[in-house]
Design a binder for this molecule. Structure first.
Ligand code: ZN
Length: 160
């Protein structure tokens, strides 16, 4: 298990648009595996490559325990409906905010093995995937939030 440092919101790296990954090489797989370890260690439900300082279009997510997704060069191909989420971010410690997200999305991309995948996500899973996808565009949830609150360390549990 290898943990990577999570960069926080004052770092300009989080504001850049990430470049495509292309081929899923063993090096990319290693980074994805480290990202899963890092996400779990931080009690997060998602982590995007720029959050560990890598400007490539990939993220990992575990919206339910043991249900891990790896996305390489993802595209959101459809969005439907609306829901209000309450989100935190491992790169924005100490705060949560309310964001309007789509209720349902269809997303495609490559998995950890470079195989093409397409998934439909609804509810909380859709929130997590949209939040992580935004990181690849240099967008933080605080940009979209209608309200942002300060929280104490004890309140800080699940973060994306
Ligand atoms: Zn985040």
């Amino acid at each position: 298990m290898a943990l990577r440092n999570i960069v926080t919101d004052e770092d300009p790296i989080l504001r850049k648009v990430c470049r495509p990954v292309g081929e899923v090489t063993p090096r990319i797989q290693m980074i994805l595996d480290d990202m899963v370890d890092t996400m779990r260690d931080a009690n997060g439900v998602g982590l995007a490559a720029p959050q560990v300082g890598i400007m490539r279009r990939m993220f990992v997510a575990e919206p339910e325990p043991e249900k891990v997704y790896h996305f390489v060069d993802p595209e959101i191909i459809s969005l439907e409906g609306e829901q209000e989420s309450e989100e935190g971010c491992l790169s924005v410690p100490g705060r949560v905010g309310k964001v309007i997200r789509p209720e349902k999305i269809v997303i495609e991309g490559k998995d950890r093995y470079g195989h093409p995948r397409q998934y439909t996500f609804e509810g909380f899973d859709a929130i997590v995937m949209c939040h992580e996808f935004d990181h690849l565009e240099g967008i933080l949830y605080t940009d979209k939030a209608t309200e942002v609150f300060e929280i104490s360390e004890e309140e800080e549990q699940e973060e994306e």
